[in-house]
Design a protein around this ligand. Structure first.
Ligand SMILES: [Zn+2]
Ligand SMILES: [Zn+2]
Length: 355
């Protein structure tokens, strides 16, 4: 029995090209009580590997969270399999707006303590006491209401390239940080305002809305299915799209374009641009925004120091890295003082001053 991925990304990419089949990228999640995540994990791997599913799936005692791709012509088999599992029956699948056959190149099904690393102690509040889910049309109405405070629950590098009109986009590195900042800044409005929140696919808001209700917020709402499902409904129902720019996603596509607005800037020259890249110096790998001109001039590096290192023969680069260890990934996401045009995100205080 093969229970783990065996092919390299390169081998897999070649197989996908050879197959020449269209693939679908999608995501889903469900909070549920899972008695033995390891058994479910193995079952999913064995079944989905046969269906040529690729992606990253987390299974925990609190539920499942999956982002994956599969050949379009196997979709029905996949759906039938989901429907055969009690708590996954009729689950909403978020189908990606922009498709890319190589969004995932490995199948990884992992058992984790939680399906989202949210840093919360769930024993301290009732996670099932969630906010009210809003479909796209109602969401559009709510966010135009002057009694609404609209909060982006994602991290700074996500909201920088795209967010809803009038949203507060906390300048945070983690979900956990954003909860404290939002609660502190909105503490005087727990009863008189609508707290409306959104994230990529809705999963972060499932916890956040329960958390804020526990903290005493009276009117808590969340965008159902996140930006991904919103975009689908806007298209299907011909609604006004109020999302500006690109939706950051966690696969090799990096982002999907929702509107033509370019709301970010190249971090090096400041020109309007909204596509992330990673610094070519492997030891740095900083995630930042770089326009094509700067990319060429800087050889895809974030600084002249990285450029010099990146020019060295690989063996010398490895020598330099020895003993340095890997720094924390969080601080590798567009946080570097040498990037002059990293955008200052709107904080909540600004929001109230502008109103
Ligand atoms: Zn530039
Ligand atoms: Zn760098």
């Amino acid at each position: 029995m093969q229970l783990y991925n065996k092919l390299s990304a390169k081998e897999r990419a070649e197989l996908i090209d050879q197959a020449g089949k269209k693939r679908l990228t999608l995501s889903f999640y469900q909070y549920a009580n899972i008695g033995n995540p390891q058994i479910l994990r193995d079952h999913l791997f064995l079944t989905w590997d046969k269906l040529e599913v690729l992606g990253r799936i987390y299974v925990a005692t609190e539920g499942i969270n999956g982002q994956l791709s599969l050949p379009a012509d196997r979709f029905n088999e996949f759906k039938n399999h989901l429907d055969s599992i009690d708590f996954l029956k009729d689950i909403r699948l978020n189908i990606a707006v922009e498709q890319d056959n190589k969004s995932f190149l490995k199948l990884k099904v992992k058992v984790r303590n939680k399906i989202v690393a949210d840093g919360l102690n769930d024993d301290t509040f009732d996670v099932t006491n969630k906010g009210i889910h809003l479909a796209a049309e109602d969401f559009n109405t709510y966010i135009e209401d002057e009694n609404t405070i609209l909060v982006d629950m994602r991290n700074h590098y996500e909201s920088e390239i795209g967010h809803f009109k009038n949203a507060i986009t906390p300048d945070v590195d983690t979900f956990r940080d954003s909860l404290d900042i939002i609660e502190a800044d909105l503490k005087d409005h727990k009863e008189d305002k609508n707290l409306v929140m959104y994230c990529t696919g809705g999963i972060r808001c499932e916890k956040a809305s329960a958390y804020f209700k526990h903290k005493g917020f009276k009117n808590v709402f969340q965008l159902e299915g996140g930006i991904i499902e919103y975009t689908r409904q806007v298209k299907e129902q011909n609604l006004e799209n109020k999302f500006l720019g690109q939706n950051f996603v966690f696969d090799d596509r990096r982002a999907e374009r929702i509107s033509d607005d370019v709301i970010a800037n190249c971090h090096q020259c400041g020109e309007p641009f909204d596509v992330h890249t990673n610094c070519a110096n492997e030891a740095c790998h900083l995630l930042f925004i770089q326009c094509p001109k700067c990319k060429e001039a800087m050889e895809n590096c974030c600084s002249t120091t990285c450029m010099e290192i990146n020019r060295l023969p690989f063996e010398e680069q490895k020598e330099l890295r020895k003993g340095q260890g890997n720094s924390n990934d969080i601080f590798k996401k567009g946080r570097a003082n040498h990037l002059p045009h990293k955008k200052d995100l709107r904080n909540i205080f600004d929001h109230f001053q502008k109103k």
